[in-house]
Design a protein around this ligand. Structure first.
Ligand code: NZQ
Ligand code: ZN
Length: 388
């Protein structure tokens, strides 16, 4: 393992009936709270009322911003930033899935600068500070509740860009699995694919000496494979929802990197699909990942696939390495497209070949997408063709 610093200072309240601590957490940062949420699912599940009651009980002043879109738009970030500045907000409370959390993090950063928040993405303007953010998660998927990243879309420029910056780390996150009971089977499946991708983007790497972290990642992958189908069939199965929720956070909070210089592959490609077609992030990843794995498989990488096939899917270790590798990709496809019932091709979701060159060019920044295997524009176009 390489040297690394492990420092993830997000306070997690996990489990049922933890919202009683919300007031005390928010009060640490001041009196004025901006509550942000999406299209209304939190009202349907009664969470909005619970959160507002806690804020009132703590004697805090409440401001609200609703309507944050899936694949959140820069305009929502701008709106939140303006409220923060105008009302001198002390702390932001994001209640929802990754989209609400991500947009809120960037509002918090935008509130501390004079320039347009899109400059964080288009000009890579420095992120030196942000207002404090507290989250209440309602969908297990992105890990935004425990990481310092956020992804924002700009429909005008057809860009969807993610960026990590330490000041964006939430101060505290409330993870109550019962709040995910109403997540649809489709969003549960997309969330599962997203978490698995976060793990596989790191796992598929040829750096030796990562035994402990590889085992940890394999157990997280097995956890998703075991519990996602159960959560789809039995939405209020606490054990399934709880296991998925905790994987969501640990898949991307930095722990599994172990000092590796990780460059991701499927995420940059997927963000270009979502940027043009506004598709669900996890669905795009499910379509891309098996094809990416197929494309990167050769004699130099096969040992990692063998390890994956044997340890995650339980394939017979006596088979030769290439057969295990191919079978592992097949089993991953079956899991995404049969068990999770996700659409399996670009054609089915309306992604057209004419956009491949621009999407591929942007995925690799016009140069090379470093990662498990470095990919140039024509490699990425070939992977896209495999997805048709
Ligand atoms: O908007 P509402 O009404 O809340 O409905 C949402 C939305 O329609 C609904 N939902 C959420 N919780 C629910 C619920 N419906 C019923 N019951 C509940 N308890 O689900 C829909 C999707 O929500 P969204 O927040 O968009 O999903 P997700 O959590 O998958 O977030 C996706 C976004 O996160 C980004 C993605 O690119 C995408 O923009 N990512 C963020 C990352 C990060 N911060 O590190 C990493 C990821 O790789 C990812 O890129
Ligand atoms: Zn993701």
């Amino acid at each position: 393992m390489n040297n690394f610093v492990y420092d993830i200072p997000v306070k997690v309240y996990f489990g049922e009936n933890q919202l009683g601590h919300l007031g005390e957490e928010l009060s640490k940062y001041g009196k004025k709270v901006l509550l942000t949420y999406g299209g209304g699912s939190i009202k349907k599940i009664g969470l909005y009322d619970e959160v507002v009651a806690e804020i009132k009980k703590a004697g805090l002043e409440l401001f609200e911003l609703s309507g944050i879109e899936p694949n959140p738009r820069i305009d929502s970030v701008r709106e939140g930033t303006n409220i923060c500045k105008k009302e001198k907000i002390d702390v932001l409370l994001a209640v929802g899935g990754g989209s609400t959390l991500d947009a809120t993090k960037w509002m918090a950063a935008g509130a501390c600068v004079e320039h347009d928040p899109w400059d964080f993405f288009s000009k890579w303007a420095p992120v030196e500070k942000a207002l404090p953010v507290v989250t209440v998660l309602t969908l297990s998927a992105t890990g935004s509740e425990m990481d310092c990243g956020g992804v924002v879309s700009n429909p005008e420029t057809k860009d969807k860009i993610g960026r990590m910056a330490r000041p964006l780390l939430p101060k505290a996150s409330f993870l109550d699995p019962t709040k995910t009971y109403t997540v649809s089977p489709y969003q549960t499946a997309c969330g599962a694919a997203d978490m698995m991708s976060h793990i596989m983007e790191v796992y598929f790497d040829m750096e030796p000496g990562m035994y402990m972290l590889d085992c940890f990642m394999e157990s997280m992958l097995k956890t998703v494979i075991k519990y996602a189908p159960i959560a789809m069939k039995e939405p209020d199965n606490y054990e399934a929802r709880a296991n998925l929720m905790w994987v969501s956070s640990w898949a991307i909070n930095g722990f599994i990197n172990g000092g590796r210089q990780i460059a991701w592959s499927c995420h940059p490609m997927e963000h270009e699909l979502s940027a043009i077609y506004d598709i669900t992030h996890g669905l795009g990843l499910a379509i891309l990942t098996p094809r990416w794995l197929e494309y990167c498989l050769d004699e130099t990488t096969v040992s990692k696939y063998y390890q994956f096939g044997v340890n995650v899917f339980g394939i017979d270790p006596k088979l030769d390495a290439m057969s295990v590798a191919k079978k592992s990709i097949e089993m991953l496809r079956d899991f995404f497209f049969e068990t999770l019932q996700l659409k399996s091709t670009f054609t089915e979701v309306g992604i057209k070949k004419e956009d491949f060159p621009i999407m591929a060019k942007k995925s690799c920044g016009g140069d090379v997408l470093p990662g498990f295997k470095p990919l140039k524009q024509d490699d990425i176009e070939k992977i896209f063709e495999m997805c048709l």
